[in-house]
Design a protein around this ligand. Structure first.
Ligand code: LFR
Length: 491
């Protein structure tokens, strides 16, 4: 048996997961979990990165206390695009901004003034999202930020946390690719573009491929947590890349939805797709394992529900997942739809009110109860998935037999069932912990315990149950899709 330890940090929570590989079977155990709560300071939203480091150390201590001193390695994955800057002595300069901070709201248009959209897409292959690292750095550069002036190295979130543990500064390809500052063919930084934008190019170093041994726990850290100076592996450090690594597909060609705070919907291809149709669809070509490309689109995901829950909690209403499921089931179908990707839903907000505002502006009935709001969100997500999946299929000229849903959303029965209904195709749901599993698998490949990604996916298939949702209620969902397209002006 061989055991490894994954730290998987999402935008709302993190977890330490131990994986035990025994005779081709992977068993996982979440040994520690913690909330990830960003902090507003005046008008800016930051990650509490030292708190995250503290929680990672608590996870390491838990591994020690539980008697998992024999773990062979550690890997960290997180969400994309956000970063810390290190000064000349290697100290962290300032708190990393949260990608939902408003400071990049107008930056995308400003950048497009002198690097046209077509050129940016051809050079990076990345979906235009206002919070990409490119726009964050451009915004700092524009206000002559002293941080940028003093910075020697830029590390993306998982790289930064890994650096705190190992002392090594090393860039990893899957997470680097999320910045919109990389060349998707060369699989490295696009220094010409970086210089053109006036961003200091000395901040970046050549990214290593996922699965590179990236150092060891510093003796000081090892002593603090009671473990040996274990190897730390640069896994597919972008959480979505880790999740895609763990899709239990039995074909080389498959469609996935990695469902958490975001919904990442797409497929895996060999070379980036940079044509006009891809630009038009505003799709992304992010880096995957083994030099693959994750052709996918960001759709707003469970964020809408998470924000409703936050508001309801503040109002003293605590709903369990079961309560939510029951409320959805009891609410009338197809009353009102939203476009989950409308910019009005991006920032933290009173989400129930925002949704009501959207419905008012589009002349629809206003969802008042919690159940009506949840039903509106979940139906709209399912319909948006259909729209995006069909566009991706027409881009690559393929039709998939069904959709794999991995991540937290794979446990959301209504979301999975409605998605199957909207698509008119089966949904295969699971595993829930795909991101942590992908992290563990890449470590096991790096350690030589699993041959390759095909074998890794086979292990996932054999180790975790899949739930199949067959499509139903076709006529009603076809009609709903038409209404959804009209309301959201999708084209
Ligand atoms: C998902 C994710 C997405 C990325 C978004 C912001 O957790 O990593 O892939 O676009 O967060 O970083």
């Amino acid at each position: 048996m061989v055991s490894t330890l994954a730290f998987d940090l999402g935008a709302s929570s993190g977890r330490a997961v131990v994986g035990h590989l025994d005779d081709g079977h992977l068993a996982i155990e979440t040994i520690y979990s913690f909330p990830n709560e960003p902090v507003w300071v005046h008008n800016h939203l930051y990650w509490d990165v030292l708190q995250l480091l503290h929680k990672i150390k608590q996870g390491l201590i838990t591994a020690h206390l539980k008697g998992y001193g024999d773990i062979q390695s550690i890997g960290i994955d997180t969400w994309g695009v956000d970063f810390g800057l290190l000064g000349t002595n290697g100290e962290l300069l300032g708190n990393p901004y949260h990608y939902r901070d408003p400071h990049t709201r107008t930056t995308m248009e400003e950048v497009e003034q002198f690097v046209p959209r077509q050129e940016l897409f051809a050079q990076t292959g990345i979906q235009f999202l206002s919070f990409n690292t490119l726009y964050q750095l451009y915004a700092l550069q524009k206000v002559a930020s002293p941080l940028l002036e003093k910075a020697e190295t830029l590390l993306l979130m998982p790289e930064l946390l890994r650096y705190f543990l190992t002392g090594e500064r090393m860039s990893e390809w899957t997470i680097a690719s999320t910045t919109q500052l990389c060349d998707p063919h060369m699989r490295t930084w696009n220094l010409a573009l970086i210089e053109k934008l006036g961003i200091p190019s000395h901040l970046f170093s050549q990214p290593v491929p996922a699965g590179t041994i990236a150092g060891k726990l510093l003796p000081k850290v090892a002593e603090e947590v009671g473990l040996d100076t274990l190897p730390v592996i640069a896994v597919a450090e972008h959480d979505t890349a880790s999740a895609v690594a763990a899709v239990p597909a039995d074909h080389a060609e498959f469609a996935y939805l990695s469902s958490g705070t975001w919904s990442l919907i797409g497929t895996e291809i060999a070379e980036p797709m940079l044509n006009d149709a891809a630009l038009e669809l505003n799709i992304t070509n992010e880096g995957g394992i083994n030099g693959t490309v994750r052709l996918l689109k960001n759709v707003t995901g469970l964020w809408l529900i998470q924000e409703c829950r936050r508001i309801w909690r503040n109002e003293g209403k605590q709903l369990s997942y079961e309560d939510e499921g029951m409320l959805i089931a009891k609410s009338a179908p197809f009353q009102a739809f939203i476009d989950p990707d409308d910019p009005m839903f991006l920032a933290p907000a009173h989400m129930p009110r925002k949704i009501q505002q959207y419905c008012h502006q589009t002349g629809q009935p206003i969802p008042e109860s919690e159940g009506a709001l949840l039903r509106c969100i979940v139906e709209s997500l399912a319909l948006r998935y259909r729209f995006v999946l069909e566009r991706i299929e027409s881009l690559i000229q393929k039709r998939f037999a069904g959709l794999h849903i991995v991540g937290g959303g794979s446990q959301h029965a209504a979301l999975c069932q409605y998605t199957a209904n909207a698509l008119g195709r089966p949904v295969w749901a699971g595993p829930q912990e795909a991101t942590a599993i992908g992290n563990l698998l890449v470590q096991l490949i790096a350690l030589g315990k699993i041959k390759d990604i095909q074998q890794a996916r086979q292990i996932v298939r054999h180790s975790f149950p899949l739930v199949t949702y067959e499509p139903g209620d076709r006529a009603a969902w076809e009609q709903a899709y038409k209404t959804f397209l009209t309301v959201t002006k999708a084209n």
